[in-house]
Design a protein around this ligand. Structure first.
Ligand code: SF4
Length: 329
């Protein structure tokens, strides 16, 4: 059983060596693209969407403008950010619509798209516009999972991931640390990765939202987060690990990279771009001895206020550039 390791630095040192050996020194910036602000389930105890469900009268209005989504993808391409996945609450877009959006984004970025759009039985409808499927496990303790995410059955998620693999898609899971799990649950996580042949693990740290039961909870400690990531890296040298950290916790970045992260995520990209916070992300990566793919500061990379793909995207591109140039902090 995994227990608290008093020699966290040894653990991180080993994890770092294994990461460098298997993945090289590039760190990616990952950006989740949201499709909508509506979720039909809306009952996961930690989730911002669960606080919005009763406030949204017409779910169709919570859908984002498609051209805005494409413009965001085009900006990610310009800044060399990876698209972490397309994400959206349940029942906001049909499978056909998601497939079309993914195909158009592939045109823009030149790369297949990961999906994190909920449990689905329609996987066979997808083709090479999709690179992989993400199962939102969220919490690595099955008993707590039933309480915290009552409408997202762990069995259904696992089954979807297994079918994804059979269809040739890669498989990812998302885990939020700080929901009540402990290091004792890490054996479950390691077994899950092994049994379902997971290619990519995305960790987030709890963001305690107002109006949820976690409103007054603390985010997980940096060295706890580091231990979890290090253990996963040591057990699975080749897996891709993405670590999320919020703008109020940027000091975690260097530690998480040294623990085995290949990419970092969960930033308000356009707000942070070019600011002291964007610069801090780049400094964290530099001081962990890595090279960043993409930029948080290079204004030239923002490019022209015109889309290369479709003039209907121009007004959104213009808005993203304006937001990136406005220092809000
Ligand atoms: S299913 Fe996803 S979007 Fe919906 S409430 Fe749960 S975590 Fe939030």
């Amino acid at each position: 059983m995994i227990e608290m390791d008093n020699n966290i630095f040894d653990l991180m040192k080993k994890a770092n060596e294994i990461t460098l050996k298997n993945h090289g020194n590039i760190i990616t910036l990952e950006r989740a693209i949201f499709l909508s602000w509506w979720c039909d389930k809306g009952d996961c105890a930690f989730c911002y969407m669960s606080t919005q469900k009763n406030k949204i009268k017409d779910p169709r209005k919570a859908k984002r403008n498609i051209n805005n989504i494409y413009a965001e993808a085009e900006m990610c391409k310009r800044l060399d950010w990876n698209i972490e996945f397309l994400s959206g609450g349940y029942e906001s877009f049909s499978t056909k619509e998601i497939k079309k959006i993914a195909a158009n984004i592939k045109e823009i970025t030149g790369d297949g798209v990961w999906l994190n759009t909920g449990i689905t039985n329609d996987l066979e409808e997808f083709g090479n516009e999709i690179k992989g499927i993400t199962g939102a496990i969220e919490i690595v303790n099955p008993k707590l999972h039933d309480k915290i995410c009552p409408s997202k059955s762990l069995d259904d998620i696992s089954q979807m991931l297994d079918i994804s693999g059979d269809l040739g898609f890669k498989k990812a899971i998302t885990i939020i640390l700080g929901l009540g799990e402990t290091l004792e649950d890490m054996d479950y996580l390691l077994n899950y990765i092994k049994n379902h042949k997971i290619d990519r693990v995305i960790f987030y740290s709890l963001n305690p939202h107002k109006e949820t039961i976690y409103a007054n909870s603390s985010q997980p400690a940096s060295l706890y987060y580091a231990q979890v990531v290090s253990h996963v890296r040591l057990a699975f040298p080749k897996i891709e690990i993405i670590c999320g950290t919020w703008i109020d916790n940027l000091a975690n970045i260097g530690i998480l990279i040294l623990s085995g992260a290949n990419g970092i995520t969960k930033f308000p990209l356009f707000k942070m771009f070019g600011t002291k916070y964007g610069k801090r992300v780049e400094e964290e990566v530099k001081w962990s001895g890595r090279e960043l793919k993409g930029t948080f500061t290079d204004k030239i990379k923002l490019g022209l206020e015109k889309s290369k793909f479709n003039p209907e995207l121009d007004k959104f591109i213009k808005r993203y550039i304006k937001e990136s140039l406005k220092n809000k902090y």
